[in-house]
Design a protein around this ligand. Structure first.
Ligand code: HEM
Length: 417
């Protein structure tokens, strides 16, 4: 049956988007019983769509492009300017290759091992502490590991504020006022720092191992043969460091998932590899992180009775697709078992985008994310014991990005014998 295109009646839905957050598209899909609708955001006509077929369409590069999609506020906090996210065609493929070259199994394993080492080191640091906020601790661990792995020197005394800056860039894009300004300042501080590191490598003041992300970005040559501008090299290197720090969000949700579903712990504690991976996938499906993605129609076309005019902004509902009852049985239930026999599909499970990462815009860092989450799960379940005191563990679906309000406090932390 063909879907009818519904027009959201309100003149402009920007305020509703801020209020509904992750549920903005899903609520309207449920209300209109449709998989696609038209609305207006910031005065512009926007088509919103959700589900596997919509996701397939969204990743068709003949029909959609990324140039001119990310609003300035997103570029000034989350992405940076002139980066891989806003490129198309061969320019995108060439830049993307820089990232894909770093995402080897060996690198994923190396990162996961470094994360476990830092987790282990933290146990003695936590001794005597009344309690710790897990999210804050993980941010620092990941910042330290990401910089070390990438070849970026980082003094111990700078770890906390650099970690805060990396996360503020992620946190700032969805906020207005102070939250946005904090993200913008964090970006300009971080860009200054990483640009000077790139320049030090180029002038020989800093020696860096061949093949590390810093080396690769510092010595990358553009199609005309010249070195990539040091500002762009810095911004693309931040495009690797920042999201590694952002995995702290998923690890905090992992801890929450364990707390809310204690029956899952047994299969993790006996080292059931298949179940551990399934648990990580269910955390990435169930808990909110990326709300939706944007692209513009490259030309006029019609899909499911909806007219897409060249240049129209289109939003793909990431959170809604990962909670779509047409794809997931009881999507509001946390059930790792659903991933046990599931074959990997390219367009129905899209917490980090869909399609082929080497060919399109899908996140190149999923392997890293999964390995770091698996290691952290092992640590939380098998390496330490702790108490979860009374606290506010609710997370708001209106706030983008979101997190349990308390950041997940734990106390009486002891190494398991
Ligand atoms: C792109 C999410 C971790 C690097 C993306 C996209 C999403 C995403 C939704 C956009 C896909 C699209 O536009 O179609 C996440 C989440 C992560 C994560 C939720 C976990 C916290 C990582 C890691 C790295 C990374 C660990 C690198 C080490 C990138 C880059 C892009 C990207 C460079 C741009 C790709 C392109 O435009 O071609 N990510 N990501 N991400 N991600 Fe991730």
């Amino acid at each position: 049956m063909k879907e009818q295109v519904v027009h959201d009646k309100s003149l402009d839905s920007t305020l509703s988007l801020m209020k509904d957050g992750y549920l903005f598209i899903k609520n309207r899909m449920d209300e209109f019983h449709c998989g696609i609708f038209e609305t207006h955001l910031l005065g512009e006509k926007v088509i919103c769509m959700s589900g596997e077929e919509a996701s397939k369409l969204f990743y068709n590069e003949e029909l959609f492009m990324r140039k001119g999609v990310a609003p300035k506020r997103v570029q000034k906090t989350l992405f940076g300017m002139h980066t891989v996210q806003s490129m198309d065609g061969t320019e995108h493929a060439k830049r993307k290759q820089l990232f894909m070259s770093q995402m080897t199994e060996a690198n994923e394993k190396k990162l996961a091992d470094l994360v476990m080492k830092e987790w282990e080191n933290s146990i003695s640091k936590w001794k005597g502490a009344e309690s710790i906020v897990l999210f804050d601790e993980v941010k620092e661990i990941l910042c330290k590991v990401a910089c070390f792995w990438a070849g970026v020197p980082l003094n111990e005394s700078d770890v906390k504020y650099r970690a805060d800056d990396f996360y503020s860039m992620v946190d700032g894009f969805g906020g207005v006022g102070p939250r946005y300004w904090k993200g913008k300042r964090a970006r300009s501080r971080t860009e200054d720092w990483i640009r000077s590191v790139v320049e030090d490598v180029r002038t020989g003041r800093l020696l860096v191992a061949e093949g590390t992300p810093l080396f690769v970005m510092a010595y990358h040559r553009e199609f005309y043969g010249g070195l990539m501008n040091s500002q762009i090299a810095a911004v693309e290197l931040i495009n690797i460091l920042r999201p590694i720090v952002a995995i702290a969000t998923y690890i905090t949700f992992e801890a929450l998932a364990l707390y809310e579903n204690p029956e899952c712990e047994r299969r993790i504690s006996v080292g059931d590899e298949k179940y551990i991976k399934a648990f990580v996938q269910e955390v990435r499906r169930f808990y909110p992180f990326t709300p939706f993605l944007g692209a513009r129609a490259k030309k006029d076309f019609i899909w499911n009775d909806c007219v897409f005019k060249e240049g129209t902004l289109v939003l793909l509902d990431v959170y809604g697709t990962d909670h779509d009852h047409r794809i997931w049985n009881n999507p509001e239930e946390f059930k790792p078992e659903r991933f046990m026999e599931r074959k990997d599909q390219l367009f129905d499970f899209i917490p980090q985008g869909g399609g082929n990462p080497a060919k399109g815009h899908r996140c190149p860092g999923e392997g890293i994310t999964i390995e770091i989450m698996k290691t952290s799960l092992d640590f939380l379940v098998n390496k330490i014991e702790f108490v979860v005191p009374e606290q506010d563990l609710k997370y708001s679906l209106s706030r983008i990005p979101t997190l349990p309000n308390s950041g997940f406090v734990i106390k009486n932390i002891r190494r398991k014998i």
